[in-house]
Design a protein around this ligand. Structure first.
Ligand SMILES: Nc1ncnc2c1ncn2[C@@H]1O[C@H](COP(=O)(O)OP(=O)(O)OP(=O)(O)O)[C@@H](O)[C@H]1O
Ligand SMILES: [Mg+2]
Length: 245
């Protein structure tokens, strides 16, 4: 892509809000040239580590475009524990750009695995450098609410669904989400859940996988206890899963 087009394409520049570097904008163009994306609309979420935009495919389907921000050294340090010990990232580059791209690729692969065994996660579509494209979960361009903002009508049932999710992801997908909480679970009006944000997920063989699994269970149980659901002890559920391994 020539810089000329970039200059002229003020609309795209506006959407990207001058947050992203030249390299990221070029990657957006590559996704457009590949026919994965035809337009990028406004931002739906601005976080510390990533921004999520609504995009549209040439077929007219909504997609979520998650763009990781360039890594700060502090952030990178905090994420190292997920990367080290993951055989898929043995040769992960140590430079900030290489690292963030590897992180994005990891989220894509984790999603693929979870999606392929039928779990309720967004269908992964493509990735390019620090950009992940996936199915848009929401209606009319508005994402479904997160569990933290919209407690379920039937919390007991939703807890069971989430436990089923954790178990199947571990036993069949051989993955641990490792960042599971009410902040990364969407809920539809009928109390159906969708789980997002798979960047941190690790393989079951990761040396800290059991600790991550325990933490996921603790976080989920804490949330449901705040809704007065009788959860039982996290260790009990952890043992139940590990026994079936
Ligand atoms: N597939 C999707 N469809 C619709 N909205 C999405 C999708 N994925 C993410 N979002 C929206 O973007 C928000 C942030 O996504 P996500 O949790 O994956 O990023 P994050 O890594 O937590 O970012 P940060 O921690 O920097 O906020 C979600 O809470 C949700 O509102
Ligand atoms: Mg999140």
């Amino acid at each position: 892509m020539c810089p000329d087009r970039l200059e002229k394409d003020s609309e795209l520049r506006k959407v990207l809000e001058d947050v992203f570097d030249y390299r990221t904008i070029m990657a957006v163009y590559r996704l457009m040239n590949k026919g994965v994306l035809s337009k990028l609309y406004g931002v739906v979420s601005t976080g510390k580590e990533a921004r999520v935009y609504r995009g549209v495919t040439p077929e007219g389907d909504d997609v979520a475009v998650k763009i990781y921000l360039v890594w700060t050294s502090e952030f990178r340090k905090s994420r190292l524990k997920y990367i080290l010990g993951d055989p898929r990232f043995e040769n992960a580059p140590r430079d900030p750009i290489g690292f963030i791209n590897a992180w994005c690729r990891k989220e894509f692969r984790n999603l693929k695995r979870a999606y392929s065994i039928g779990l309720p996660v967004p269908r992964p579509i493509a990735f390019e450098e620090n950009i992940l494209i996936m199915e848009f979960l929401g209606e009319s361009g508005v994402p479904y609410p997160l569990l933290k903002d919209r407690p379920p009508d039937d919390p007991g049932k939703v807890l069971e669904d989430i436990k089923g999710f954790i178990k199947k992801l571990y036993l069949e997908g051989e993955l641990v989400h490792a960042d599971l909480s009410e902040y990364n679970i969407m809920i539809k009006e009928n109390d159906e859940i969708m789980v997002i944000d798979f960047g941190s997920a690790v393989l079951r063989s990761h040396p800290n996988a059991v600790d991550f699994l325990r933490n996921d269970i603790i976080n989920i149980y804490r949330y449901f206890r705040s809704l007065n659901v009788e959860t039982g002890r996290p260790e009990e559920f952890l043992e139940e899963i590990l026994h079936e391994r």
